[in-house]
Write a protein that binds this ligand. Structure first.
Ligand code: TRP
Length: 458
């Protein structure tokens, strides 16, 4: 049933590109390699893959089913499925998470644009050692005009896409950008795999050394699986709500999950061979792709071109993700408050920009929002917002979505919704067990562990 007022995807392929575009982002190319690097490589990667299959896929399937069945964004979707209950709060939590995640995510995204600009200027082609690279990072992050400007630029780009709606804005942009992203990615992977350190990089990524895997690492692998697939806050409910009733949900789910996971692995195939070739430390943390990578491009043949490709790739991946984050909140105001898409997009976008300003100032060394700021064991404002919205809200959301499907809506009704278009769900009994028991338990234990440890997880 076409819903003209809300909008619809034009084609299945366009939807898959848009959903994959949401999933593929800084999570794959920035966060996945540095987290895998911190927890010793192979064992972390293996666990992440297991979590994607056992927890990510069932939750993604559930979100798409809720959205497609109700044709509503999260808050309205829960209201429609169980009227007169409090389940809509799960959707509302997602809206709040969206505000928070977008506010800091757009800061990092803006920084990738800044680095792409520096790369184009040839900044990374000269002699740059680790200290010089850290100095460049410090200069940009310590300059409020740059940081707020880049944040504003990125939010503006996101707004300009989302205001044009589902097929004319989000789908069209994904169709244009995803092939570009793939092309850059393949080029960079080929470049990385032909470097002398490729063997070492591959070994680091794929030979599991379980002695390096702490409980923290297990938790981070699960968190990474949720964040990377864009699940736990209703983004996939929202994207699913623009699907026609006869869409093949099982195939869409598996395509998006495989696309996202494949690109995370390719991200690793770019970063680790490059790092090992330059003798850099894979456990350098969140600054890895900025400080460490920027200091080694000049040691590579065609290094400056590689640098431009790398940061442009990141900017593109980030844009298709910020679009999905903004869309969740915009859809809430459209569906629940009856606002026009135009009004909703600008209002929400500008609010997120304002919320992002403290995060934009937090990466510089000299503001009160950075190093001296201690909340939840985090040392800067951006990390606190990431932890609260990107970890706590997402894990709570994912657990509640599973409980909802398993115990409130019921797996029988949910399965009917999934298979509504006439496409059978293979392994349906396994999905039922996963969504009712395994996922809520695993995700809830992640949450308890995260809180008990004062948020040392992310
Ligand atoms: N998945 C994206 C990434 O890996 C980030 C993202 C976009 C996201 N939309 C989301 C995360 C919704 C959680 C929920 O970079």
């Amino acid at each position: 049933m076409a819903n003209v007022a809300r909008g619809n995807w034009n084609s299945r392929f366009g939807f898959i590109l848009a959903a994959a575009g949401s999933a593929i982002g800084l999570g794959n190319i920035w966060r996945f390699p540095y987290t895998a690097g911190e927890y010793g490589g192979g064992a972390f990667v293996l666990l992440y893959l297991i979590f994607v299959i056992v927890i990510g896929v069932p939750v993604l399937l559930s979100e798409l089913a809720i959205g497609r069945h109700t044709q509503q964004s999260p808050v309205s979707a829960f209201k429609k499925l169980v009227p007169n209950s409090k389940w809509w709060i799960v959707g509302f939590l997602g809206v709040l998470a969206g505000f928070g995640i977008l506010s800091f995510y757009a800061v990092i995204a803006g920084l990738t644009v800044g680095y792409a600009y520096l790369a184009m200027k040839g900044t990374f082609s000269g002699e740059i050692d680790a200290a010089k690279s850290a100095e460049i990072f410090g200069q940009i992050t310590g300059n409020p005009v740059w940081m707020i400007g880049l944040l504003a630029l990125f939010m503006l780009l996101t707004i300009l896409v989302v205001r044009r709606g589902i097929s004319g804005g989000i789908e069209k942009t994904a169709r244009l950008l995803m092939p570009v992203l793939l092309a850059f990615l393949v080029l960079l992977v080929v470049r990385a795999l032909t470097l002398p350190g490729a063997g070492e990089g591959l070994a680091f990524m794929f030979s599991p050394d379980f002695s390096k895997l702490t409980l923290d690492g297990v938790v981070s692998a699960l968190g990474q699986a949720l964040f990377s697939l864009s699940i736990g806050m209703g983004a996939m409910i929202t994207y699913g709500s623009y699907l026609p009733k006869d869409e093949n949900i099982p195939v869409s789910t598996v395509s998006v999950a495989m696309f996202d996971t494949g690109i995370a692995l390719l991200g690793g195939l770019i970063i680790f061979p490059t790092l090992f070739t330059a003798g850099a430390d894979p456990a350098a943390g969140p600054g890895l792709i900025f400080v460490v990578m920027a200091s080694i491009f000049n040691t590579l043949p065609l290094g400056n071109l590689v640098a431009v490709g790398f940061y442009v790739l990141l900017s593109i991946a980030a844009l298709t993700s910020t679009i999905s984050l903004l869309e969740v909140i915009v859809a809430y105001f459209v569906d629940e408050r009856g606002w026009s898409r135009e009004k909703s997009t600008w209002t929400v976008g500008l609010t997120c920009f304002a919320l992002g300003v403290p995060s934009a100032l937090a990466l510089g060394a000299n503001t009160f929002l950075s190093s001296e700021f201690h909340v939840f064991g985090q040392s800067d404002f951006l990390s606190v917002v990431d932890l609260v919205c990107g970890t706590y809200f997402l894990t709570i959301g994912a657990a509640l979505i599973c409980l909802f499907v398993g115990w409130k809506w019921g797996t029988a009704a949910a399965l009917e919704a999934i298979e509504g278009g006439g496409h059978r769900l293979p392994l349906a009994p396994i999905w039922k067990v996963l969504v009712s028991f395994i996922c809520p338990l695993a995700v809830a234990s992640l949450l308890v562990y995260a809180i008990a440890n004062g948020g040392g997880v992310w």
